[in-house]
Design a protein around this ligand. Sequence first.
Ligand SMILES: C[S@@+](CC[C@H](N)C(=O)[O-])C[C@H]1O[C@@H](n2cnc3c(N)ncnc32)[C@H](O)[C@@H]1O
Length: 282
Amino acid sequence: MSDPVTTEDRALELFVHALNVCHGYDFSGYARASLKRRAEQLAADLGEPGIGHLIPRLIYDPSVLGQVIARLSVPVSEMFRDPEVFAVLREQVLPVLSSYPRVNIWQAGCAQGEEVYSTAILAEEAGLLPRCRFYATDINDQALARASEGIFAARRIEEFAANYEGAGGQFDFADYYRSRYDLMRMRRTLRDRVVFAHHNLVTDGVFAETHLIMCRNVLIYFSQALKERVLQLFADSLVRGGYLVLGTRETLQFSSLANRFEAVSDRHRIYRLKRARPAHDV
Ligand SMILES: C[S@@+](CC[C@H](N)C(=O)[O-])C[C@H]1O[C@@H](n2cnc3c(N)ncnc32)[C@H](O)[C@@H]1O
């Protein structure tokens, strides 16, 4: 009798392959433990008894794709998540960005937009917003659609406002949204600065020259090889002296790209692309 865990592991590999062949989404570089958990949840959502049963759905039912990507990606976020990180951005990064006539900020893996609106608020308070263009990208189209509306549940206001304060916010957080019934909507002045777009870090390339890249809590889902690819993409996208911000559980430490960056705050995972390439790298 075959081991049921091994069977599901094999089914997962076939499912990952089918997703790529049928729809061009390559999840082969994602860490397996969490991918397997999410594929199992997807099977349960779709009333299928196991991961292998998802494969015919991928082949014969194209309408299922949105649900598959929504389940496999984890669009969970908060405004000013890890407030201290935003406090360091406010104090040490935005003053430097203020010296540029135009500032491009790429929020990679933006989920439903919580972080990009947080960064836009920082830019507003640094007097930088009119010079900024934000590119917020993700593979989850459902999350992107919600992000571009800038609408969140009003029950999250308390959490967002507390994080804003923790990030050194000096004003009333309520200045940045309008609330109606059980929803809040970010102000148009913030929404208008953001271009939301589908971009896959696994397969897509550089699309803009950027001064700051925020990519937090995305690389944790990737294998080391895939992390390397994505970090290379970021190094290629940043201007010299541009900033990269990773999630608090993500690091440059084990990457071959580590010598291209210097730490602004290692603890907060804020790095800066060195102005000159290391000699042996050129
Ligand atoms: C946990 S959320 C992180 C959201 C936000 N950056 C934060 O830290 O709060 C991870 C996001 O990465 C996105 N993602 C996963 N794989 C991706 C890929 N290959 N390319 C772009 N985005 C991806 C998911 O869809 C999800 O919205």
